[in-house]
Write a new protein. Structure first.
Length: 289
């Protein structure tokens, strides 16, 4: 049993970043693509009735903290414990809702402020690239300096993070190390984390001794639910893969059947166009037989 709890759980993530404004401000400034004059200076947390609703499964797979700053920019910070492709669309939907909701407060279009969705993903989902930091926004496809400011979506694949990747971005490295290296088996936090005032404060909040028995039961329930979700999703992934393999095999058998039919039809000098109509093969495929 370690000294700390894992910061990625619902209870701990919200206790660190959902109750301490200075820490979520530090996190936002470290992880979001903001210029020096765009840095977050102060924030207010969203009222409970503005937080996006969650399905029963999402309650244990997605942890969120929502806030806005003194410039009225909106920030949605999420920790996603599992991954499906539909999460990207859900993130886009929730960010869009937050953007549109500004008009409900009587704000004119010209005064609408951007929405930033910062998503930490406790899984690797972009298998074909090495980068772990993915930033999406509205950019002209030819003139990339032309941007429509509105929605900014950032996804961070935590399993891909390696400290040496961002040696020039100290706070980004420290916060990502905090999220990837600290867990309930940690006996002693790395010195580099303890030496930074903000991260050290977050570590103090995570100390196991600071949590009540009821909070510990909630913490354990969260991880039990995440484990169950991963098992279910793994089973479905296996079933889907097997179904896809069977479909590919069936398609290959049908293709071979068409090829055999075309070959027999060619042997009795049936016109290529007729063979194509019967088998669905192209003229080039038939000529190659």
């Amino acid at each position: 049993m370690g000294k700390y709890l894992d910061p990625r759980a619902d209870l701990t993530f919200k206790k660190v970043f959902g109750e301490h404004r200075n820490l979520v401000i530090s996190l936002l400034n470290a992880l979001l693509p903001l210029e020096d004059d765009e840095r977050v200076e102060s924030i207010e947390y969203w009222p409970a009735d503005q937080i996006p609703e969650r399905t029963e499964a999402e309650k244990y797979s997605i942890v969120d903290v929502c806030c806005k700053d003194n410039k009225q920019r909106e920030f949605i910070v999420e920790m996603q414990m599992t991954w499906t492709e539909s999460f990207k669309k859900r993130v886009l939907l929730n960010a869009s809702k937050a953007y549109v909701a500004q008009t409900n407060k009587g704000m004119e279009y010209k005064n609408l402020q951007p929405v930033y969705a910062l998503n930490f993903v406790n899984a690797s989902f972009m298998k074909d690239v090495d980068d772990y930091y993915h930033y999406y926004h509205l950019v002209h496809d030819k003139y990339t300096d032309k941007v429509i400011d509105g929605l900014h979506l950032v996804f961070v694949e935590l399993p891909k993070f390696k400290a040496q990747n961002l040696s020039e971005k100290k706070m980004q490295v420290l916060w990502l190390r905090f999220l990837t290296e600290i867990n309930d088996k940690t006996q002693e936090a790395p010195a580099e984390l303890l030496e930074n005032a903000e991260v050290s404060e977050a570590l103090e909040i995570l100390e196991r001794a600071a949590f009540t028995d009821a909070e510990m039961r909630a913490y354990d329930k969260f991880w039990d639910s995440v484990s169950s979700l991963r098992t279910i999703e793994g089973d479905w992934a296996d079933k889907l893969k097997k179904a896809e393999e069977k479909a590919e095999e069936a398609e290959a058998r049908l293709k071979q059947k068409d090829v055999d039919t075309a070959r027999r039809m060619k042997e009795i000098n049936i016109a290529t166009d007729v063979i194509s109509q019967v088998t669905g093969l192209s003229n080039a495929e038939i000529e190659a037989l």
